[in-house]
Each structure stands twice: as structure tokens, then as C-alpha cells.
Design a protein around this ligand. Structure first.
Ligand code: SF4
Length: 401
């Protein structure tokens, strides 16, 4: 049996948590209503947190809670109450970037502390200092190569977590203020507006026509072809970015990487046909072009994505399965309209995609309809192998792209 790292997926909401866990995440990270960095995601209420932790633990997955916003004194006042809740729920760790927050955690709880990538830890000496402060795991900055990460792990004995997939910053994590000045939104207190993705003009000589470009926008990270290097370096956890992204994204990325890691565990290597298949799956979610960022060599100009969005995502989510009545029907919560005769792709929690032609679409009152409406619940004929919470997607016709 070969060792593989933990797969850590984003859980931007309770539904995304369930989806990520069911599609193979070993652990998920999420935020409460305060103290995290993603104001735009559906951060968890206390009740959702309770349900989410119970669900994850029942399915053998761990839960890490982000407390990685940069806090002022008045923000710290409310922290002990939240820490008491996290302790009661037995969350598996908290992810922190601020020394004041670490001090408060140690004063009020026994929670395990992971250092957030926001702290921009890039070297052995910095990691040693964080270890002295009580941190057990470092989420390394995306500027660190796998080779450097291996050295940090070997020389500190700390657990090491690295990003394997998702959006990238053009700035060092925790040091970006573009959103603050261009949008009035504080990147380091949860307000990043992704200002680096915008089109900007370079007007070097006032009178000339300004050259417009997306010169600060990074391609997205994809580490599927670097898994062997992560494993050989003993990296403990592979993190997927994207708490603000869709449940389809959480499902697809969790499924692809968990399948790949399970394959390695069983066989000790990867076959190139499988790698191609996993890469194809990762192209079916919304993304910019992919790059390996700084995983191998430090990222350079080849990692710039000089356009607004990628146009090679040809799939839409048709719906999520709410209920399966064996040999009768499937209840589907519709996310985008489809018509009888459309070819649907069901994403099982593991294994290859199931393809199915929806011969009929019915309301829950068994009335046939010519087209499903987004937001409605419909019945489609039973599909062997489909399960509750499976995602169903559809390839768009050329004319719809
Ligand atoms: S604006 Fe861009 S570089 Fe800055 S924090 Fe946001 S995503 Fe990262």
C-alpha cells in the first residue's frame, strides 16, 4: 500500500461541504460568519457548522475552520465565543494567519492550529518560528516550490500543506491591497474583488493610445501532473482553492484528485491515459488556462492569463439528484433548463461518468413537460448507478457556447 497525502477541498456552503465529502475529499475547510477571508461565500451559521461537522465526521472527513482574516482589537473581542463553539463541535483544526489570533486560541481552547497561506511562510526559519508559536501545520505560500516545501518539512518536522488546484494570486498571499485601492474592499479582511483579473491600461507616454491588457491576471493552478512529486516530497495535504466557486467545481475537483490519489495508493504510479482523462475532467469546469505555477520552478510571465475568461468550458450543470427511486425515477433539482432527448452526464461519486438520454421530463405531479425550468424539481426516468447528491451536467451544443 502506497502513502498518499490528504485531499483538502473547499466548502463554501453546507451543500458544497456535503458534495466535496461525497466526491472524495479527505478534509474540507470552511468559514463561519466572521473571521474568515471570503465574505462572498455562504459562510456557515452555527447550526450549519454543527450539521457540516457531523456530516463530515460521519463520512470520515476532517473539518478545518478558517480564522485567517487580519483582525483588529475590536474583532478579537468576539473570538472566544466562536472558539468555544468550535471546541464543542470538535473541529479538527483552525487556520490562522495572525499572532494575536493564535494567542487568543491558545488562551481559550486546545484547538489544533494550522498557519494560513496568508502568513506567507516561504522558508525554514520562518516555519521554525511558527512552530515555536504552537503551529502544527503550515499552509505554504503558492510561491514555494515542492522542492523547497520538502526541505521545510524535513528541517522542521511540521505538517506541510500546499495548493494543488485553483485560482492564483499575482501578489504574495496576505500582501495584496489592489482591491482596497481600486474597489474599496480589503483583500486581507475577506473583501478581495479579484481586481488583478481586470483589464488595465499601460499608458507610459501620456499622449499615446493606452495598451489594454490583463497583465496582472494569473492562469489557474493545476497540479494533477505533479502528484508524484508531492507524494515523494511527503507533502501532508493537497489543498484545492475555491470556497466561492460552485458545488460543481467542488465535486469535480474533489472527484478527480481523490480518484488520482486512490489510484496511486493502489498502483504506486499513474498511467498517462488516466492523467489525460483527469485533465479532460478538469477542463469541464469553469477555469482560465492552467499552469503549474511555482510547483516546479518559480512562476514567470508564462503564467499570465491575458484574457478575461477561458472559453473551453462547454458544460453546464443540469441539476443535482435529490432522490433516487430504484427502477422508477430520479428526482432532480434543476439548475439549468434541458429538454427531452438531451444527453445528460451523471457524475457518480467514483468511477466513470454515466451517460443518459432523458426520454421524458415530468413534474412531481407526474405531468410531462416540454422543458425543465431552473429552480424546479422534476422527475426523469431511473438511471442505474445514480445516487442522491450526484451532479448531472450537459454538454452545450456549439450554438449554445
Ligand atoms: S486582487 Fe488578485 S492578487 Fe490580490 S488578493 Fe485578490 S486574487 Fe489575490
Amino acid at each position: 500500500m502506497n502513502w498518499t497525502p490528504e485531499l483538502l477541498s473547499p466548502a463554501g456552503s453546507l451543500e458544497k461541504l456535503k458534495v466535496a465529502v461525497l466526491y472524495g475529499a479527505d478534509a474540507v475547510y470552511l468559514g463561519g460568519q466572521k473571521f474568515g477571508l471570503r465574505q462572498a461565500s455562504d459562510n456557515f451559521t452555527a447550526q450549519e457548522l454543527r450539521e457540516g461537522v457531523e456530516f463530515a465526521h460521519e463520512h470520515g472527513s476532517l473539518v478545518y475552520v478558517v480564522l485567517n482574516s487580519f483582525l483588529h482589537d475590536k474583532d478579537l473581542e468576539e473570538l472566544p465565543e466562536f472558539l468555544a463553539l468550535l471546541s464543542e463541535l470538535k473541529v479538527d483544526a483552525v487556520i490562522v494567519s495572525d499572532l494575536g489570533v493564535i494567542t487568543e486560541i491558545q488562551k481559550h481552547s486546545n484547538l489544533v492550529i494550522h498557519l494560513s497561506t496568508q502568513a506567507s511562510c516561504l522558508n525554514v526559519e520562518s516555519a521554525k518560528l511558527w512552530k515555536k508559536m504552537g503551529v502544527t501545520r503550515i499552509v505554504l505560500g503558492r510561491e514555494v516550490t515542492i522542492k523547497e516545501a520538502k526541505k521545510i518539512k524535513e528541517e522542521t518536522g511540521l505538517e506541510i500543506e500546499m495548493f494543488v488546484h485553483g485560482s492564483m494570486c499575482m501578489a504574495f498571499s496576505g500582501n495584496c491591497v489592489i482591491s482596497n485601492y481600486t474597489q474599496g474592499r480589503d483583500s486581507n479582511r475577506g473583501g478581495c474583488a479579484h481586481s488583478c483579473r481586470f483589464e488595465y491600461s499601460i499608458d507610459m507616454q501620456n499622449n499615446e493610445e493606452a495598451k489594454k491588457a490583463y497583465f496582472m491576471s494569473s492562469k489557474d493552478l493545476e497540479g494533477i501532473r505533479m502528484l508524484t512529486e508531492f507524494i515523494e516530497a511527503g507533502i501532508n495535504s493537497l489543498k484545492v482553492e475555491g470556497r466561492n466557486k460552485s458545488h460543481y467545481y467542488a465535486a469535480t475537483v474533489s472527484k478527480v484528485y481523490s480518484e488520482a490519489l486512490a489510484y496511486f495508493k493502489a498502483h504506486g504510479n499513474f498511467l498517462s491515459d488516466d492523467l489525460i482523462r483527469w485533465e479532460e475532467e478538469l477542463r469541464k469546469i469553469s477555469h482560465r488556462d492552467y499552469t503549474t505555477g511555482s510547483l516546479d520552478e518559480y512562476a514567470d510571465e508564462s503564467s499570465i492569463y491575458n484574457q478575461r475568461e477561458s472559453d473551453d468550458n462547454k458544460y453546464v450543470v443540469t441539476g443535482v439528484i435529490l432522490e433516487v427511486k430504484e427502477n422508477e425515477h430520479i428526482l432532480l433539482e434543476v439548475r439549468s433548463a434541458f429538454v427531452p432527448g438531451d444527453s445528460l452526464e451523471i457524475m457518480p461519486f467514483s468511477g466513470p461518468t454515466l451517460t443518459h438520454i432523458a426520454s421524458t421530463i415530468k413534474t412531481i405531479a407526474n405531468i410531462s413537460v416540454p422543458k425543465s425550468k431552473p429552480g424546479s424539481v422534476v422527475k426523469v426516468p431511473y438511471i442505474a448507478g445514480a445516487e442522491r447528491f450526484n451532479i448531472i451536467r450537459r454538454k452545450l451544443a456549439e450554438a449554445q457556447i
